[in-house]
Design a protein around this ligand. Structure first.
Ligand SMILES: C[S@@+](CC[C@H](N)C(=O)[O-])C[C@H]1O[C@@H](n2cnc3c(N)ncnc32)[C@H](O)[C@@H]1O
Length: 302
């Protein structure tokens, strides 16, 4: 069976050509400014409110069909390498929540309503990573914290296969993978289900007309808020300055969250110094090589 439904990394294709250490030395540091995001309001509704479809307090985890149609990802064909192809074979099937390759390729998340029950120790702390890309950092985190359970979700088939392959090489038993849209999945999970939700280098959607696709938006963060436990952590990182300030503005606007690093003198949430526990990701490396600063943000559900 061919692996034809593949996602491309669609906005940078520059070859990696410099030494990371050199670039880190040359890279500007994140700036904590009082600027507000200029070009569009990050908490603006994605679509004109429609009373018949706008979520009501009683069903806040349900979004309008129009809203769900605006995806935070773009499916494109891309090459599936040898490791990724092997990772999609039966030897690695135990890493996937979906029962077979057809379901993986169809991004079928039907029936996935509980992530904790995927593990033999369901009460262990649970980290959910959205958009893990090729999976190298997720696998390293799972290896580094064997008493914590990790679930990663991606739509990129090569990334899913690669991640399963890497996890198999290490024999991890605290990592599961799902192929699908994280927003749709979270809407079918119980409330207060997840301890930590991480979103590393999400697609920046740089054009103004694409801002509505940015994962960090007031509407989507309501979905995140519901699935996080009280005291749970939302950790994001980006190498795009505009998106970094946008994230802070969105998160500061949500009363359900507090910035773990506190606020500056102007009442704006602070960035988090780059934490040692977050391994370098492919897109972070690319951002550094292209001279961009890295911004981490961390908010706690209150
Ligand atoms: C720019 S890549 C970053 C990958 C990786 N975290 C890294 O830093 O190298 C963003 C990834 O998020 C995935 N993604 C975007 N929206 C998603 C969603 N709603 N559900 C699952 N994955 C998503 C995309 O497929 C893409 O692989």
């Amino acid at each position: 069976m061919g692996f034809s439904l593949i996602i491309a990394e669609f906005y940078h294709n520059h070859p990696l050509s410099h030494q990371l250490r050199f670039l880190q030395m040359m890279t500007p540091q994140p700036t904590q400014t009082s600027q507000t995001v200029d070009a569009a309001k990050p908490d603006a509704p994605l679509l004109s409110p429609n009373p018949s479809t706008t979520p009501q307090p009683s069903d806040e985890n349900s979004l309008s069909p129009h809203y769900r149609a605006i995806q935070t990802f773009m499916k494109r064909k891309t090459h599936v390498g040898k490791k990724a192809e092997a990772g999609l074979q039966s030897d690695f099937a135990h890493f996937f929540v979906q029962p077979n390759l057809d379901a993986i390729q169809a991004m079928d998340i039907g029936g996935i309503t509980n992530l904790r029950e995927l593990f033999s120790n369901p009460d262990a702390p649970l980290t959910f990573e959205i958009g893990f890309g090729m999976g190298t950092s997720l696998v390293e985190m799972a290896k580094n914290e064997p008493t914590r359970n990790f679930v990663g979700i991606e739509v990129h088939e090569a990334g899913l296969g690669n991640c399963a392959f890497l996890a198999g090489e290490l024999g991890l038993n605290n990592l599961k993978l799902i192929s699908g849209d994280a927003i749709a999945l979270m809407q079918q999970l119980p409330a207060a289900h997840i301890d930590t939700l991480q979103l590393y280098f999400p697609d920046p959607w740089q054009k103004k007309r694409h801002y509505k696709r940015r994962f960090v938006s007031a509407d989507r963060m309501k979905v995140v808020e519901r699935v996080l436990k009280k005291g749970g952590i939302f950790h994001a990182a980006t190498d795009w300055e505009h998106y970094a300030h946008w994230m802070i503005e969105v998160m500061d606007s949500l009363t359900a969250f507090e910035n773990v690093e506190g606020k500056n003198s102007e009442g704006i949430g602070n960035f988090l110094p780059r934490p040692d526990f977050r391994p370098l990701t492919k897109f972070e490396k690319r951002g550094l090589e292209e001279g961009r600063a890295i911004y981490d943000i961390m908010y706690r559900k209150v």
